[in-house]
Design a protein around this ligand. Structure first.
Ligand code: SF4
Length: 75
């Protein structure tokens, strides 16, 4: 598994807890007790999950979700 693969990040300031992301890709997004997303920090290697993650990013109504890659100094 690559440490540099894309992974989801959520901006908790922007997020309104509408939960669309968890409906689109529940394999990568869980919900806390208030219904706000808890995203997996594991790099996404699976093509199907990556496509779903991209869809969740694109459909987030608050532009609160992004796919990011870690650079070497962030490891
Ligand atoms: S879809 Fe966007 S605004 Fe809604 S819970 Fe997910 S990250 Fe938050």
């Amino acid at each position: 598994m690559s440490d540099f693969g894309p992974r989801l990040r959520v901006n908790p300031i922007r997020c309104d807890g509408a939960r669309y992301c968890a409906e689109i890709v529940p394999e990568l997004v869980g919900l806390d007790e208030w219904g706000y997303p808890i995203v997996s920090s594991v790099p996404i290697e699976n093509t199907r999950l990556l496509r779903l993650a991209e869809r969740a990013v694109n459909e987030c109504p608050r532009v609160a979700l992004q796919l990011a890659r870690l650079r070497a100094r962030e490891r």
